[in-house]
Design a protein around this ligand. Structure first.
Ligand code: NAD
Length: 350
């Protein structure tokens, strides 16, 4: 059989190579650079193709496709969300994604995105926090101490200078795991016995719990003046984390309203409840935080442009560091119209 041509090969970043790549740069540096990469693409927001992600829902979870394009590159992510998976030793969220050339439609990168999703979700929270939290915020609470939690803590440390993290999870073993993983990061880590206790003295809170229902992770009395909230766990129809009264007191910032109105905390509000698109704050078109007392809420559901930015970032870094392998992925016959001939010849003895 003749060997595949160069065009057949697509760079592939495996989980092993993703972990090598991250360590070769440093986790916190990656989080900072990813925050900047996502922010850069938010400044180019109008030129991207945008659509709410396409979800396939079942009683136990959701499988979603998230496509976008900036006119030069096209990208998509496959991602699932299955809140009961951890009870069977499986992760709640797994993902992979692809970049392709718009000019030819040929893929240029296939990548694992389970680790990359955690990094990009944390970087997106950090970007929102940088623009919306009170200046000089040092203490954050994290409610839900599962797979996303350490990434959220480290991104806010690296990007906005958080020094203390206060943890709460209904499962104390998740909090113990998170505290253990953050022990040598330079953060002061405080394990708490309730959300209320975790919120004591926190200027920023990230909620990243997994449940397939309308849950009330934070109630109105827990949120004092001036707090910034990153609510990232409510990201599906019928799945929210905050009591409605908090939303009524907050200035709400979102990624892409047509998706957030279906999936975000604002499912609980009227269809025309006022929200601000985060890209407009980043571009200076709309104000972010307007007073020290204001409560700001980033109702983050995860949008395709963030994954596109993350894929572009790791594509560049993988090519520079060599942390990828070539995958024989695109059938490439010598005569582009003789695909069958290529298959036929493969049966012939060499
Ligand atoms: N917005 C985004 O871009 C984005 C990206 C990735 C994941 N997510 C979502 O974030 C959530 C967390 O993801 P994960 O991968 O960390 O999941 P995970 O299952 O690893 O962790 C979730 C944790 O939440 C805890 N929890 C559940 N109910 C709780 C409650 N009432 N109070 C306190 N803790 C509670 C669980 O015990 C668990 O430890 C999921 O809902 C996921 O879909 C959002």
């Amino acid at each position: 059989m003749t060997p595949p041509s160069n065009l057949a090969y697509v760079p592939f970043i495996s989980v092993e190579n993703m972990m090598r790549l991250v360590h070769s740069i440093g986790v916190e540096t990656v989080l900072k650079e990813l925050t900047d990469a996502i922010e850069h693409d938010f400044t180019r927001w109008p030129l991207f193709d945008k659509t709410p992600r396409v979800g396939s829902h079942s009683d136990v979870g959701v499988i979603e496709l998230m496509p976008t394009s900036d006119g030069e590159l096209y990208g998509f992510k496959y991602v699932n969300g299955h809140p009961t998976n951890t009870k069977q030793g499986l992760q709640t969220v797994t993902a992979f994604g692809l970049l392709a050339q718009v000019s030819s439609g040929y893929p240029v990168l296939l990548s694992e995105m389970t680790v990359l999703t955690a990094l990009r979700t944390a970087a997106t929270s950090a970007m929102a926090t940088r623009h919306l939290a009170p200046k000089g915020s040092k203490v954050m609470a994290i409610i839900g101490n599962g797979a996303q939690s350490e990434f959220q803590a480290l991104a806010l440390k690296a990007v906005v200078g958080i020094e203390e993290v206060r943890l709460y999870d209904i499962d104390p073993s998740a909090t113990a795991k998170c505290a253990r993983n953050l022990a040598k990061t330079g953060l002061k880590v405080v394990s708490c016995r309730s959300s209320q206790e975790a919120m004591e003295g926190a200027q920023v809170v990230t909620t990243c719990t997994a449940d397939k229902q309308y849950a009330t992770i934070l109630t109105d009395n827990m949120i004092g003046e001036g707090v910034h909230i990153n609510a990232i766990g409510g990201d599906c129809p019928g799945k929210t984390e905050l009591h409605k009264d908090i939303l009524l007191r907050s200035e709400i910032f979102v990624e892409y309203p047509p998706q957030t109105r279906i999936e975000g905390e604002i499912q609980q509000m009227a269809k025309d409840h006022p929200v601000t698109e985060l890209w407009q704050v980043i571009n200076g078109e709309k104000p972010g935080r307007r007073s020290a007392k204001q409560i700001t809420l980033f109702d983050g559901v995860g949008f395709a442009i963030e994954d596109f930015s993350a894929l572009k970032y790791v594509y560049d870094r993988a090519l520079k560091t060599g942390h990828f392998q070539q995958l024989d992925m695109i059938a490439d016959p010598d005569d582009p119209r003789d695909l069958f001939g290529m298959l036929q010849r493969a049966a012939e003895p060499a």
